[in-house]
Design a protein. Structure first.
Length: 350
């Protein structure tokens, strides 16, 4: 049933990129259904349990493959605690085998969505759970020529834009984040293979599979899936040839993403040497207060305020603090963002 109460959704995943893709989909879904959705995040099972007990979210989107405490264990703990057992759980995972899905439902999950995320399916499942219906039209995927280099071998731009609901700026940020956060993935896979560490090899392939699928790196996604399956089935003779294919695709994607820095970037109002308009500072103050409230609530919509604030606080005296704030919000480090925000706010009053 639809009411005016905000729906709190807790996303649990040890991969920040997966959280940001889901958050983008949920934000688009909220526009289509008219729901007021607030998103909070957890990067581990232990953190998720603590947040579920203290915050009582309306829904938990839960990854399966996480270190220390996996999603199945988290779900089991939630359902065995009277304080949390009525919170609906939907698994959001790259573990897509039928027996894995059955196990999730047997533990009490009410839904199961697989990576790479299909936005329409995610929105339909969440809306159905809340009793909502779509009232708007999903955004079309589009990008300006300057957003991406002309040659993006290994990356399906249209597919990635579809998964970020047409948000080219966010998609470009996620591609760069993938490039940087996964810079050592190839070396880690090679080391696990050389050491005969099958469990770590499977974990690395699994993590790469889900994120690669979400950014539109289809060949890399398939190569990682093949590697993971071989390890699961104990086909050790296949490890080296499959890892060679996986690493070849990985290197190609990283090479392609290294060219993102070549894409033309228009000089914005924050260019060095620009003079600060006092009226812009005045207009930025309420945005800073709204951003503070969203950061305190771990609201994923906080990111939408960063660009408007950056445009208004274009003076060189705000550049360092603005860069720190933008970096923290981009990494979902809301605690760090609040620290930078305080410094930035104080600067506007100086």
């Amino acid at each position: 049933m639809i009411d005016n109460q905000a729906r709190e959704i807790l996303i649990v995943d040890d991969e920040t990129l997966n959280i940001r893709f889901l958050a983008a989909i949920l934000a688009a879904g909220a526009e289509q259904t008219g729901e007021d959705i607030q998103v909070s995040t957890a990067s581990s099972g232990e953190e998720a349990l603590a947040m579920a007990i203290s915050g009582k979210p309306d829904l938990i989107l839960l990854d399966v493959m996480m270190p220390e405490m996996n999603g199945y264990e988290v779900c089991q703990a939630l359902k065995s605690d009277p304080a949390t057992r009525d919170i609906p759980v939907i698994f959001a995972t790259a573990a897509d085998k039928e027996q894995e899905k059955k196990h999730g439902f047997d533990l009490g999950a009410v839904g199961y969505i697989t990576k790479p995320f299909d936005p329409d399916k995610v929105i339909d499942i969440v809306a159905g759970l809340f009793g909502s219906t779509a009232q708007g039209v999903a955004p079309e995927a589009s990008a300006a020529p300057a957003d991406f280099p002309s040659d993006m071998t290994g990356i399906d731009i249209d597919d990635g834009l579809m998964r970020t609901q047409g948000n080219a700026k966010l998609y470009r940020q996620l591609l760069i984040e993938f490039r940087n956060s996964k810079a050592n993935a190839g070396a880690e896979i090679g080391a696990a293979l050389a050491a005969g560490d099958d469990e770590n090899l499977r974990r690395l392939a699994h993590g790469l599979k889900g994120v690669a699928g979400n950014i539109g790196a289809k060949e890399l996604n398939q190569a990682a899936a093949n590697m993971e399956l071989a390890v699961k089935e104990g086909r050790s003779d296949d490890f080296r040839p499959l890892s060679a294919i996986l690493l070849r695709n990985f290197v190609q994607v990283q090479k392609t993403l290294s060219r993102l820095d070549e894409a033309s970037q228009s000089a914005g109002p924050g260019a060095a040497g620009s003079l600060q308009n006092p009226e812009d500072i005045h207009r930025a103050v309420p945005l800073l207060e709204t951003l503070r409230a969203r950061l305190e609530q771990n609201d994923m919509d906080a990111e939408a305020l960063v660009a408007p604030i950056k445009d208004l606080l274009a003076g060189q005296e705000y550049a360092d603090d603005m860069a720190k704030l933008e970096d923290c919000v981009g990494k979902l480090d809301f605690a760090g963002a609040l620290v930078s925000l305080e410094t930035l706010t104080a600067s506007t009053k100086a």
